[in-house]
Design a protein around this ligand. Structure first.
Ligand SMILES: [Ca+2]
Length: 351
């Protein structure tokens, strides 16, 4: 249903990127850590109504419960050593539970490719189906968590166990930030790459870690082009997506067509995302007007399946980080409200 576009734009921009690499050095002095960045994880469901077609038939509940299905929150890339996986979606689980929803916070390896993380997610899906005697689950994944969801559905055959997958700022067509740190774009100094890596990982892993390289390599624009070709959507699963837009942009044209419409308020980028966001300026014809993004992922890369819309939020705001107790004063964005709206959308569609 979607087509890959970022890879071609990435390769086409490479020459200009080389020319503009000096600009990135302007961002190199900001060495703060991002802590939780490319989140992602996906999920897959378990137990079809009477089981039978899954490899783990014994885990499929007989006479299982239909909708409303439990919600599994799938976290993104890195960053959990400081915040902890259960707090990744800040207070979201508790908020939804107070409204009567059944919510499970998944925990998968922080630095791995989605194909590896999906195995852990599959176990969580199976456990959730068994625990709640549910026929299916709804997966909501932030950042890499959304790609993990696609991986468990398409790669591990969980399509009969997952009713829906909603991705929030997942890099379906990759992110140029991963291109730079993976060394696909020549000419960047080690200092710049290292600064971005530190921001992405929160200094919790070595930049040379093979696991980290596996995760970042998958999320490059050519990496996701290859990955998408190998992971077609499952027709049994309904796919939804949400994109974040920040850096003071309304992004009217890029955000058009969403089910929710676009806010007229802007968001200011979290300073922790300033270094990676600087990469997008290098990929734009006008460095002062880079493609709309949330600091790590562009709006265009975030679209997959039914596009619910853009939210005025950066990549950290989208999960209420760091420690957002109240709506943002400038953007008015409330991450808790975002997940309530997603769940309302799922229930409306019978999931
Ligand atoms: Ca913000």
């Amino acid at each position: 249903m979607q087509t890959s576009t970022s890879a071609t734009s990435a390769s086409g921009s490479r020459k200009s990127v080389r020319d503009k690499r000096a600009k990135l050095r302007l961002f190199g002095g900001l060495g703060a850590s991002l802590s939780l960045c490319l989140a992602l994880s996906g999920c897959g469901p378990v137990g079809s109504e009477l089981g039978g077609e899954e490899p783990d038939t014994l885990l499929q509940p007989l006479g299982c419960k239909g909708a409303p299905y439990p919600v599994i929150l799938a976290h993104g890339f890195a960053g959990f050593e400081r915040i902890g996986p259960l707090n990744y979606f800040f207070q979201v689980g508790a908020d939804l539970r107070s409204r009567g929803e059944t919510v499970v916070e998944a925990k998968v390896p922080p630095y791995e490719s989605s194909d590896v993380r999906a195995k852990a997610l599959g176990v969580i899906i199976d456990d959730t189906l068994k625990t709640y005697n549910a026929c299916k689950v709804n997966l909501i994944g932030h950042s890499q968590g959304g790609i993990d969801g696609r991986a468990v559905i398409s790669g591990l055959g969980y399509g009969s166990k997952v009713a829906s997958l909603t991705t929030v700022s997942s890099p379906h067509r990759g992110t140029e930030v991963a291109d730079v740190v993976s060394g696909l774009v020549p000419g960047f100094s080690y200092d710049v790459i290292n600064a971005i890596l530190k921001a992405l990982t929160g200094v919790t892993d070595s930049p040379g870690s093979p696991n980290l390289k596996a995760a970042l390599g998958q999320l490059t624009t050519p990496g996701m082009q290859r990955w998408n070709a190998a992971h077609p959507d499952d027709v049994r699963v309904k796919y939804y997506s949400v994109a974040g837009r920040s850096v003071g942009r309304i992004a009217s044209s890029e955000c058009a067509g969403g089910a929710w419409g676009n806010s007229v308020r802007i968001d200011l980028l979290d300073p922790l995302l300033a270094i990676p966001e600087g990469v997008f300026a290098l990929y734009s014809d006008n460095p002062l007007l880079p493609r709309p993004n949330d600091g790590l992922v562009t709006v265009q890369s975030s679209k997959w399946g039914k596009f619910l819309g853009c939210v005025p939020a950066d990549h950290l705001d989208e999960v209420g980080q760091i420690g957002h107790l109240f709506p943002d004063l400038i953007s008015g964005f409330s991450h808790k409200e975002l997940y309530r709206k997603i769940v309302a959308e799922l229930r409306k569609d019978g999931f």
